[in-house]
Write a protein that binds this ligand. Structure first.
Ligand code: MF3
Ligand code: CO
Length: 257
């Protein structure tokens, strides 16, 4: 019975929203701390501190999907060709880098998850366009998170924005239901192929929609640390994510300040 879509009532959505607001506040503060010479570990420490101060707990630390080693940090920091799940370290950011910040918390038993990609100092026009297209792909997907639509309406909207811009969507990772756990059904892929699981969207679903977009090819590999996903061609990648409630009044972005 673990593999079913859990619909949330208004009290539950209110708690997920509280968790999501903490995620948004922390991401905003961490993004402000992004500048040349800051280490990715310093960003992780800041995220953890701000979260505990708000009475929540980081959701990723110790998270262990299947036969994976547990994720060792609170924040995912993915630099340049790193797509997702970059592990904070002594690495110093430098002007021209782009940095994916992905963060989740659990608050009173409820989970929320969001991500953004930010430039460090001055970045190339291509890097800036990649960030902007990925953000737009997320919002195009969110716009489709409506009662009566299907998951594929979100997937196709994301894919269309990305591919029209000449970039490619990562296929190995998808968005997901969220709330009572970090990862719930349904999967929310960022591309569509006939035959995929494709449930209809219902009032009370909460979805983490998260396009990961590559400047070059879609192919990736995982580093020896067991977590960090990088582009196979070494080109840039960007990632944005919001936790979104599907309601009779349309999509509600819970992780927006
Ligand atoms: N937003 C990512 C996801 O939903 C972050 C997960 S990091 C992990 O997969 F450590 F928790 F896996
Ligand atoms: Co997520």
């Amino acid at each position: 019975m673990a593999r079913m879509i859990l619909l949330k009532g208004p009290e539950e959505i209110a708690l997920i929203r509280r968790a999501a607001q903490i995620v948004a506040e922390v991401l905003q503060e961490v993004a402000k701390a992004v500048h040349p010479d800051v280490t990715t570990e310093e960003l992780d420490r800041l995220a953890e501190e701000l979260t505990l101060k708000r009475g929540a707990k980081p959701a990723f630390k110790g998270y262990k999907p299947g036969r994976h080693t547990p994720y060792p940090k609170s924040l995912c920091v993915s630099v340049n060709d790193e797509i997702v799940h970059g592990i904070p370290s002594k690495r110093k950011l430098k002007s021209g880098d782009i940095v994916g910040l992905d963060f989740g918390v659990v608050y009173k038993g409820y989970y929320a998850d969001a991500a953004m990609t930010v430039p460090v100092g001055t970045v190339s026009p291509t890097a800036a366009r990649l960030i902007e297209v990925t953000r737009q792909a997320l919002y195009a997907g969110i716009e489709q998170a409506r009662v009566g639509n299907r998951i594929s309406d979100i997937s196709k909207a994301v894919q269309h924005v990305v591919e029209s811009a000449g970039f490619s969507v990562v296929q190995e990772f998808a968005g997901h239901g969220i709330g009572r756990s970090l990862h719930e059904e349904p999967q929310v892929p960022n591309y569509y192929r006939p035959g995929m699981a494709n449930p209809r969207l219902q009032h009370g679903m909460v979805l983490a929609i998260e396009p990961m977009v590559n400047e070059g090819g879609a192919a990736l590999r995982i580093l020896r640390d067991g977590w960090t996903a990088v582009t196979a061609d070494g080109k840039l990648s960007a990632h944005f994510e919001h936790s979104v409630a599907v309601t009779e009044d349309g999509p509600v972005i819970l992780s927006q300040l």
